[in-house]
Design a protein. Structure first.
Length: 120
């Protein structure tokens, strides 16, 4: 298996550096492919050319809910998945369940001992 390198700017992941990483070829569908190229902030030109089967994005740029495991154990992307986790957006993913921002839960105080807990 060749060591596919990730085409996302500032990402240097490849199978040799991160053996458990999956990589996904940019889709052949023109509409979805355009969404991927826009998402990874790459413009086709002399320095970058999108080649189906040769241009990859690593699994680190997809939200976990966009990746599923086949019965064979191989990881696959959902049909409409688009990379969305990047250094320039602080790795934001939409989640199926809402998560509280740390400042929203800063008022919570967890007792350190059972004695503190029983006195509440």
């Amino acid at each position: 298996c060749p060591a596919h390198h990730c085409s996302v700017p500032f990402c240097s992941n490849n199978k040799q550096k991160v053996p458990y990483m999956s990589s996904y070829s940019i889709p052949n569908d023109k509409g979805l492919r355009a969404r991927w190229v826009r998402a990874i902030r790459r413009d086709e030109g002399k320095a970058f050319r999108v080649l189906y089967g040769s241009t990859y994005v690593c699994s680190h740029h997809f939200c976990p809910e966009e990746i599923y495991t086949c019965p064979s154990g191989r990881k696959r992307l959902k049909k409409d998945a688009v990379p969305s986790r990047f250094s320039w957006n602080n790795w934001v993913c939409s989640s199926k369940r809402p998560r509280l921002h740390p400042s929203a839960i800063s008022w919570l105080v967890f007792p350190q001992t059972f004695a503190e807990f029983s006195s509440i």
